[in-house]
Design a binder for this molecule. Structure first.
Ligand code: 6PG
Length: 472
């Protein structure tokens, strides 16, 4: 019987494309899906050089795989992953490896690692980013967990991942469920950057009256320079897309209600849980929630809209400032996400190599950008950076853009153009770079009404005061 080195369960667009990518790189692979049609059509997309096999049952699938079996799951996160595991576990042998390549919650991965380990099976969580196209041509791959299992997969992962400067965009992300955690934070940063881009779009469109052709030109120019990134690039192209149903641009026909599958929310919840401040990511999550109140927003806009927008005097200068503001707010969003990874690494013992994280995010993934090259340089100098904003070279860059961020935030506020992400990035920066915050007053209030105690600036210890209230 013909044997296959890898197996893929879940032949939806992502699973199928990843399977073809693996096969393209000379590895044999069998596929299985509950949907028979997907199994049957597997050969249609394969070239004659690929060693690919669709299997009709889970039993057949397992039996055609070389041992130790290396099975990749590309099924929706949550219950479907558990259902597959329940069905496949009895069919596996000691030493087999199951790799979950979906956007699974890291705690679920921890539970599954323990469950499979009790049967001497390896379970790994592996983040994959890049969408359908990336899966087929080269994603960014974030594996974590069992080192032994990782080393067996490494040559294949390096072959199928995106390349930057001839280096594969994949690396070991740390122990346990670190692969899923890093991918979750990747998505949180993705939410923040998308929010910021949408605000820059709004400022240029409503603030400076730019039409879609002009917006295309602005984003084209941005993408040709230091802001070069996947999200800026696709935004550029979106402004050119015509609608198939009307003679309008498609972007103008899309309803302003943003969807979400939950990874952004998990990132925010996690940051709250372990005490890391990531307000630009939080605001991006909540902005999508707010966007869903379409009917109420229409009502409120009639009730409250008070004034016309005053267009900027110098449009060219305004565009440049909005670009710089977007650049810096994006940098600050990465800083927040990376700071979360630093803390999570300590908290959960992941041992996440930050330098490798930014290195493999430089290509293949949704948040890839040339800015990551600067972070890579910073972490190469100092792996222990608790926040990327503390790097000397990053500080020079930040200082060159901060005025534009302030001016853009000011313009948005003065003209009533909502810019929650931009304002929050600036607010975070100002708080993070302030030596003395006014929370001494909060501590005083807490001690006043609840005897919660406080620390002092001039001596060690914990203090409580009997505050002189007017009522005493
Ligand atoms: C990626 C994407 C991918 C997916 C998001 C979308 O890295 O390839 O992040 O994982 O497109 O889950 O998330 P929302 O539907 O929540 O926006």
């Amino acid at each position: 019987m013909e044997r296959y080195t890898y197996g893929m369960i879940g032949l939806g667009v992502m699973g199928r494309n990843l399977l073809y990518n693996i096969a393209d790189n000379g590895f044999s692979i069998a596929g299985f899906d509950l949907d028979e049609e997907k199994v049957k059509s597997l050969h249609e997309g394969a070239t004659s050089e690929m060693k690919v096999q669709g299997t009709a049952s889970l039993e057949d699938f397992v039996s055609v795989l070389e041992t130790p079996r290396k099975i990749i799951l590309m099924v929706p996160a949550g219950k479907p992953v558990d259902a597959v595991l329940e069905n496949i576990k009895p069919l596996l042998s000691e030493g087999d490896i199951v790799i979950d390549a979906g956007n699974s919650y890291f705690e679920d991965t921890n539970r599954r690692i323990a469950d499979l380990a009790s049967k001497n099976l390896h379970f790994m969580g592996m983040g994959v980013s890049g969408g359908e196209k990336g899966a087929r041509t080269g994603p960014s791959i974030m594996p974590g967990g069992d080192q032994e299992a990782f080393h067996l997969l490494k040559p294949m992962l390096e072959a199928i991942a995106a390349k930057v400067d001839n280096e594969a965009c994949t690396a070991y992300m740390g122990k346990g469920s670190a692969g899923n955690y890093v991918k979750m934070v990747h998505n949180g940063i993705e939410y923040a950057i998308m929010q910021l881009i949408s605000e820059a779009y709004d400022l240029l469109k409503r603030g400076a009256n730019l039409n879609n052709n002009q917006l295309y030109e602005v984003f084209r120019e941005w993408n040709n320079g230091e802001m070069n990134s996947f999200l800026i690039e696709i935004t550029r192209d979106i402004f050119q897309e015509k609608d198939a149903l009307t003679d309008q641009y498609l972007v103008d026909m899309i309803l302003d209600k943003a969807g979400a599958k939950g990874t952004g929310k998990w990132t925010s919840e996690q940051a709250m849980e372990i005490g890391v401040s990531i307000p630009t990511i939080d605001i991006a999550v909540t902005s999508r929630i707010l966007s869903a109140y379409k009917e109420e927003r229409v009502q409120a806009s009639q009730l409250y809209t008070e004034k016309e927008i005053t267009a900027p005097e110098n449009t060219e200068l305004f565009i440049q400032e909005v670009g710089d503001a977007l650049y810096l707010a994006t940098l600050i969003s990465y800083a927040q996400g990376l700071a979360l990874l630093v803390k999570a690494s300590e908290e959960y013992g992941f041992q996440i190599p930050l330098k490798d994280v930014v290195k493999i995010w430089r290509g293949g993934c949704i948040i890839r950008s040339v800015l990551l090259e600067k972070f890579y340089t910073a972490y190469s100098r100092n792996q222990e950076l608790s926040n990327i904003l503390l790097d000397q070279d990053i500080a020079i860059l930040v200082k060159s853009k901060i005025k534009s961020l302030r001016k853009t935030a000011g313009f948005a506020a003065a003209n009533g153009i909502s810019s929650l992400g931009i304002q929050t990035a600036l607010g975070y920066f100002d708080a993070y770079t302030t030596e003395s915050l006014p929370v001494n007053l909060i501590q005083a209030q807490r001690d006043y009404f609840g005897a919660h105690t406080y620390q002092r600036t001039d001596r060690e210890g914990v203090f409580h005061t009997s505050w002189k209230s007017e009522n005493n």
